[in-house]
Design a protein. Structure first.
Length: 186
């Protein structure tokens, strides 16, 4: 085996990894039964991939790990003269004249996502389109059973579902309060 073929094989070395995601709620599927979220319509997806190691590393760095700088950059506010800079930011809509803060936000986190992480991820995901990806779709009950010995893998799924339910309850309470306020004003 020649030296160049060894280097080529090392550069093409693949890693197998898996991740979990959820489906969310769709408009074409009834999501409320008796005023409560029906979590049976939510799906848990287990993605199994085989990716070239450096592509997976960049994806982990920019997506899974968020370059860690993201959490440090959000509290760093931009100077006022930058936040109040006004111009036409959207070339597709030249009538829209706005401040920098209204278009990009008031901290460094948005600029980091837009100009550092996003270009890396677009390049990585373009390379990954030819990868072997297998996906298993599970209902919530099937996921509980499949991960019964590793419940920590699905903790964020249940937490996000609870947050969604809490959000729906808040919205319903706000709408009920607004309706009673409107009735009282009539």
């Amino acid at each position: 085996m020649s030296f160049l073929s060894r280097i080529g094989r090392a550069l093409q070395w693949r890693v197998d990894h898996w991740s979990i995601s959820t489906s969310g709620w769709r408009e074409d599927v009834p999501s409320h039964i008796n005023g409560n979220k029906n979590y049976e319509f939510a799906r848990v997806f287990v993605h199994c991939e085989s990716t070239i190691w450096y592509i997976r590393f960049l994806e982990w760095l920019a997506w899974d790990n968020g370059f860690v700088l993201c959490s440090w950059l959000h509290p760093v506010r931009l100077p006022r003269f930058i936040r109040e800079w006004e111009r036409h930011w959207d070339s597709d809509d030249p009538e829209y004249f706005a401040k920098f803060e209204d278009w990009f936000g008031d901290d460094l986190g948005c600029l980091w996502h837009l100009y550092v992480e996003s270009p890396i991820l677009q390049w990585v995901w373009g390379l990954k389109k030819n990868d072997q990806i297998n996906e298993v779709e599970l209902t919530c009950d099937e996921a509980r059973k499949a991960f019964q010995y590793h419940p920590e893998k699905l903790e964020w799924v249940w937490k996000s579902m609870q947050e969604s339910l809490d959000y729906d309850k808040e919205k319903q309470a706000e709408e009920a309060a607004k309706d009673t306020q409107d009735e009282a004003s009539d």
